[in-house]
Design a protein around this ligand. Structure first.
Ligand SMILES: [Zn+2]
Length: 406
């Protein structure tokens, strides 16, 4: 058993000091891009755990080509369902297509003080470090059960974890806390924003572009709507409400895609706008949506005066709830201890969404804490520092001290 290093020593570590490095490199070697099957990484991990006598359960998607893995290390008294922790992460990664990678993204390499590869930050290092710890946890015997939960299709909207959590509940598991290892720079994150995505569709009326009074220009109306969203965003950024703990302290509204029109000499009939609200707990996304919709509705009478079959419709395309865990909660205090940021002043809140909110809403108090920084996620030449990897190992070893009998 390796004693946890002091925080001050972490920046001096080399690849040779990192016990989890071979497991991380193995996990990165599975090109588990969300559009492809994740079964190779899941089955390899299942085999690794089953060889140590650990019971694993796979829950598949409807195609049978993707699966979540739930593995339970029982407590020393045999308890496997009630209490204990979940260490959770996703196995899928975003694509590398078109990105200027210098190294092979699926052959993780240490260069200088960093490890390069797809998923080293988002988020294979955390899950692989947890796997590295399993033999030690078994040897030292657990006070309460410990579960490893690895999901599919997180990067395309936290899809797989819904099934994983439903399965967890149906099989009677009631963990007392969950640590999601998304990249937070090993800061203990106790809250993140919620995100609602929408598609707004403008149906105008086609006409020859010389006859503007006879047409309803869907692109121009969509632009008016986008500018209204922008003005709402500016008001939020200027007047709040603010939660200063977030990196972006206000709720934000953003337009991601606008698509419409077919040719310069045709007044466009259709235009679609994809946009989102990322909100903290001081704003209601439904109220903000209602404001945006009221503006769109105000444009419709003038459209229908020209052509009655015109209009503006909205659908919500995605919804990820936010979450906030009490900084005084047991799971938060445990993580402050393990991360070495001993007090709640080290607690963070982030603007990106994770699977944490889904565990949290299923009644499992959850925090987010993992190696690497979100700024490196999804990038070409994605990297994580060896210091962050060492910090994650230190976290896991401190955790073992807390949750093991000996
Ligand atoms: Zn991630």
């Amino acid at each position: 058993m390796n004693a946890p290093l002091p925080l001050s020593a972490l920046h001096n570590v080399t690849a040779a000091d990192l016990s989890a490095l071979p497991v991380i490199q193995k996990w990165v070697s599975f090109a588990s891009v969300s559009r492809d099957s994740n079964l190779p990484i899941i089955e390899w991990t299942r085999d690794l755990l089953e060889a140590q006598g650990i019971e694993c359960h796979l829950s598949y998607d409807d195609t049978g080509k993707k699966a979540n893995l739930w593995a339970t290390l029982p407590a020393h008294d045999g308890e496997s369902k009630i209490g204990g922790l979940v260490l959770s992460g996703h196995t899928d990664v975003v694509p590398v297509d078109g990105q200027p990678w210098v190294t092979d993204p699926f052959d993780a390499q240490v260069i200088g003080d960093k490890l390069y590869g797809r998923g080293v930050t988002d988020m294979k290092s955390y899950g692989a470090t947890a796997l590295m710890m399993v033999p030690e946890l078994l040897k030292r015997k657990l006070k309460k059960p410990l579960h490893l939960a690895f999901s599919y299709d997180e990067e395309v909207g936290c899809i797989g974890v819904h099934r994983l959590i439903a399965d967890m509940q149906a099989r009677g598991f009631k963990p007392a806390g969950c640590i999601v290892g998304e990249p937070t720079g090993m800061q203990v994150v106790i809250a993140h924003k919620g995100k609602h995505g929408y598609k707004t569709s403008v149906r105008g009326h086609e006409a020859h572009s010389s006859l503007t009074p006879l047409g309803v220009n869907a692109v121009e109306i969509a632009c008016e709507f986008v500018m209204h969203l922008k003005s709402m965003h500016r008001t939020l950024a200027k007047d709040g409400p603010f939660d200063a703990v977030y990196d972006v302290p206000h709720t934000s509204i953003h337009t991601g895609v606008i698509a419409g029109g077919t040719a310069l000499n045709i007044i466009p009939r259709d235009c679609d706008v994809a946009w989102e609200i990322r909100h903290h707990h001081l704003n209601s996304p439904d109220e903000l949506f209602a404001q945006a919709k009221a503006f769109a509705d105000s444009l419709i009478p003038a459209m229908q005066e020209v052509a009655p079959d015109t209009g503006i419709t909205h659908v919500r395309t995605s919804m990820l709830p936010g979450f906030a865990t009490d900084a005084q909660s047991g799971i938060a205090r445990l993580c402050f201890t393990c991360a070495g940021t001993d007090t709640e002043s080290g607690a963070g809140k982030v603007s990106f969404g994770t699977e944490a909110s889904l565990f949290h809403n299923a009644g499992v108090p959850t925090i987010v804490c993992g190696p690497g920084h979100i700024a490196q996620a999804h990038q070409p030449n994605e990297w994580v520092t060896l210091e962050q990897l060492a910090w994650c190992e230190r976290f896991m070893r401190k955790l073992a001290d807390e949750i093991c009998v000996s």
